[in-house]
Design a protein around this ligand. Sequence first.
Ligand SMILES: Cc1cc2nc3c(=O)[nH]c(=O)nc-3n(C[C@H](O)[C@H](O)[C@H](O)COP(=O)(O)OP(=O)(O)OC[C@H]3O[C@@H](n4cnc5c(N)ncnc54)[C@H](O)[C@@H]3O)c2cc1C
Length: 318
Amino acid sequence: MDTPSDPRFVLQRWLTGPRFSGLPAPSADLQPPKLSFEFFPPRTEVLEQQLWACIGRLAPLKPRFVSVTYGAGGTTQARTHATVVRLLQETDLVPAAHLTCVGATREAVDDVARQYWDAGVRHIVALRGDAPPGQAYQPHPGGYAYAADLVAGLRRIGDFDISVAAYPEVHPTALNPVADLDNLKRKLDAGATRAITQYFFDTSVYLRFLDLCLAAGITAPVVPGIMPVSNFAQAVKFSDMCGASVPPWMARLFEGTEHDPETRRMIGLVVATEQVRLLQANGVDEFHFYTLNRPDLTFAIAHVLGVRAAPQAGETIP
Ligand SMILES: Cc1cc2nc3c(=O)[nH]c(=O)nc-3n(C[C@H](O)[C@H](O)[C@H](O)COP(=O)(O)OP(=O)(O)OC[C@H]3O[C@@H](n4cnc5c(N)ncnc54)[C@H](O)[C@@H]3O)c2cc1C
């Protein structure tokens, strides 16, 4: 029987299909990339412990900064502040505080920024934020209308290192891709040092976006935001809200793992590791990880990228 499933033809099928060359092996002189990690401020005592265990595990990787998100509409203002200040006081890490301007007056936002400056915080991730679900965004009449205005306001308060958001797949409510890119340039021209992207799963979309940034005259780093996925269903829901697309191949990879969290985690590790390896092979050497306050996948991916934990005081390597 001369069919493709005939065992006599298996090798022929393998040897006549398309060929893919592997990603280049990292060379010994490749510098480890610069990493940053994003956390969210905990809501409960249990989550608080989870966050600090996560920080304890990732801190030896010596990230260049760790950022703490600001809940929708500033709902976590006190918790974000408390987490950032504790990072400053109890660790060697450089904290970056996320700050949004939605629904607040300039004075209120400036006050928060001044409190950060006075506490010794020197890095802000400046964002517009979103209207409550179901409502269209309206600038506050006495507030900063968009993130670019917030960046300009922050520059008047102190010499902050400022990061802003970028959208390789275009912000969901942007007028069009060109207007969105113009907006990114405005934020950087207003005084931001770098952009951090919304996460994406199709790496080619990000690489094309870099080309567009360069053509638009953007020279600051547009750091890829990496989301290691271990809960696929949750990632699909969240991606729908924030305008990140989930490619069909990813759904196929996670198919059938709904009740198998361990396999999901391993698949998530493979997906994110392939992504960062591909980015690294394309020359990208800065990465921002959305950790969701869980360290293991980020730690393993960082290891693959060549980032090794610095030995702690008194620790000996066996
Ligand atoms: C790395 C990262 C971190 C984030 N952290 C948080 C967080 O901690 N807390 C939180 O609540 N949200 C956070 N977000 C989500 C963010 O607040 C939303 O995506 C929000 O919808 C846009 O914020 P922005 O800073 O990109 O806004 P902007 O840069 O102001 O842009 C928002 C939209 O307005 C458009 N626009 C800009 N200027 C104008 C103008 N003059 N006229 C008309 N349209 C204009 C833009 O094209 C875009 O569509 C984060 C997003 C990213 C990528």
